[in-house]
Design a protein around this ligand. Structure first.
Ligand code: 5AD
Ligand code: SF4
Length: 438
């Protein structure tokens, strides 16, 4: 019996698919490497309409396959399935779906499969439970050695007016610090070299504990003190919550990567207010200044949105201006996409042509910055974690500050740290050779 998992969206989803894989393997399934499978799971995303449309297209393609093989189990799980009214819509359009689970019901996959097999009954489970219990001792089939993801918290309390996440993932719930630290220790002892801590807003870690026993900075410091040769990243930080304590701890420990993902979304104070972001462009620039005072070479990456309702040409110019001031080492850029049930979806929308022009201009501006910054790496040596192979036998890995480097070397080096001399760059990509130099 073979399984296939199709994962869409963020790293949280990629990690949760490792959990789904474990569940399926416990039930006797093996991962399919081709088009031959007995169960297919769509682990979905709904952050933008483009994500949803792509997934719906892929589910639609199964109609014929399911007709030819009625025993095929089709499960649709995760964020998209958990939206209000979505399960009814999905079943109406694709009546062949057997299992639907929201992002907070993934632990039900095993029961859902058994119920289908033993009682020929579908499971549709997307309850409106905003604060489900935090489960510990979840097992994963990890496939990303030497990198491992560790979830530190679930959900989000921020309700940015454009965002669907709080509706489909519920309120913030932090995992117990001991459980997180033990998981990190075990991963490091078993050879993982890079741990990425995951949460929608990692800086509010611990805010839901009654006695304020721990905050994100303290958790980070405890993880950084675990003995071993490894490094730690984390995402995502919210500019309203990233404080000096966290910045100091990152600066103090070599194990903590000098790389912060800090979504700005917009450079206009008017738009930031309408987005319910709780910071101004001045606040953002102040944090950037603090980061760079403590860590000159810290990479700062961001998410930026264009075309939020009410965004004028002047507001967009403010975004271009802050992009130019901050000099992000990378930016994920998005066209605002109205999401049903969020406040911004009922505001007056901006025509697509304007959004499209703005994003092109923004991408061009950021590309020029990325290219210019890439050139500053040439001729210098960086410590790189060898992570994977590339086409034509090359290896690739990332510097501490998050830049991707391609270089020659043997596959056996994957999972080791090497010093790499950067010899050339092209847009966001760096190229180099392994060296003994430091
Ligand atoms: N439309 C476009 N982009 C969005 N994001 C979140 N919601 C939307 C939306 N409705 C972006 C934000 C966020 C990233 C993960 O996705 O920039 O930081
Ligand atoms: Fe969405 Fe804002 Fe929460 Fe991020 S912080 S998940 S953008 S609501």
């Amino acid at each position: 019996m073979y399984y296939k998992i199709n994962t869409y969206g963020c790293q949280m989803n990629v990690h949760e698919s490792e959990r789904l894989a474990k569940t399926l393997e416990e039930l006797g399934y093996t991962e399919s490497k081709d088009d031959n499978f007995d169960i297919v799971v769509f682990n979905t995303c709904c952050i933008r309409d483009t994500a949803e449309q792509k997934i719906l297209g892929h589910i639609g393609k199964l109609k014929k396959i399911k007709r030819a093989n009625p025993k095929l189990i089709v499960a649709v799980v995760g964020c998209m399935s958990g939206q209000k009214g979505k399960s009814e819509e999905l079943l109406k359009k694709y009546p062949f779906i057997d299992i639907i689970l929201g992002a907070n019901n993934l632990e039900e996959l095993k029961n859902a499969i058994l119920t289908l097999q033993n009682r020929h009954k579908k499971t549709i489970l997307t309850p409106d439970d905003e604060k489900p219990e935090v489960l510990e001792n979840i097992e994963y089939t990890r496939t990303s050695m030497p990198n491992a993801w560790v979830n530190i918290m679930y959900g989000c309390n921020n309700f940015c007016t454009y965002c669907i996440v709080p509706y489909v993932r519920g309120r913030e719930r932090s995992r117990k610090p001991e459980a997180i630290i033990n998981e990190c220790k075990t991963l490091i002892e078993s050879g993982y070299k890079e741990i990425t801590l995951l949460g929608q807003n990692v800086n509010s870690y611990g805010n839901d504990f009654e006695n304020n026993e721990i905050d994100f900075a303290t958790l980070l410091e405890k993880i950084a003190q675990i003995p071993g040769d490894y490094r730690v990243r984390f995402m995502t930080s919210h500019p309203k919550d990233l404080n000096e304590k966290v910045i100091d701890i990152i600066a103090n420990y070599d194990t903590l990567c000098k790389n912060i993902h800090l979504p700005i979304q917009s450079g206009s104070n008017k738009i930031l207010k309408a987005m319910n972001r709780h910071y101004t462009r001045e606040n953002y620039l102040e944090i950037v200044k603090k980061i760079r005072e403590k860590m000159t070479l810290c990479g700062i990456t961001t998410d930026i949105m264009v075309g939020f309702p009410g965004e004028t040409e002047e507001d967009f110019e403010d975004t271009l201006d802050i992009v130019s001031q901050v000099q992000f080492s990378g930016a994920f850029t998005y066209i605002y996409s109205p999401r049903k049930g969020t406040p911004a979806s009922t505001m007056e929308q901006i025509p697509y042509e304007i959004k499209s022009k703005r994003i092109q201009k923004l991408i061009k501006a950021q590309n020029e910055i990325t290219k210019k910054l890439s050139r500053t790496y040439e001729g210098n040596v960086y410590r790189v974690l060898v992570e994977d192979t590339k086409e034509n036998g090359n290896l690739c890995g990332r510097t501490d500050c998050g830049r991707l480097v391609t270089f020659c070397g043997d596959k056996s080096l994957i999972g080791t740290f090497k010093n790499v001399l950067i010899t050339a760059s092209q847009s966001a990509s760096l190229f180099g050779t392994i060296t003994e130099e430091k």
